[in-house]
Structures are given as C-alpha cells and as structure tokens.
Design a protein around this ligand. Sequence first.
Ligand SMILES: [Zn+2]
Length: 77
Amino acid sequence: MSETEESKTAQILVRISEEERDEWKAAAEVLGTSMSDLIRNSVAPIVQETLHCIHPEEFRLVYPWSEFCKKCDTRLR
Ligand SMILES: [Zn+2]
C-alpha cells in the first residue's frame, strides 16, 4: 500500500441496487480502475467546487491584508 493509500482510513457505505453495483463495477473495469477510485475521482471535483473556490486568478481581488474571489465572494486569505 502506498503512503497516500495508508492515509485513507475512513470508509463509507453507499447503498445501491445490485444492478447499479454490477454496472459500476463493469464501468470501472472498462476504465481500468478500481470501483473505489472511480467513485473517489467522480465525487472529489464536486466536493471541491461546492466547498472551495475553483475560479482562476483573474477573478481575484488582492489586498495586502486579504484576498477575495469576485466570482463567488469567497475570502481566500
Ligand atoms: Zn471563487
């Protein structure tokens, strides 16, 4: 197990139908990845976009004491 894998100790249980599980598994196989990675990589960008500012620097409003994103009004520092 790699070092990054070792830090991934939390588990979640997602209840889906047998058919969905078979399809998810088949899709992961086609993509040459594990079901865990398929789920992780699909959810991660949505979480990032929901909780953190993902807008480029052109939307930044930079002051010496703080930094804001004009697009989503998030204080970045
Ligand atoms: Zn933003």
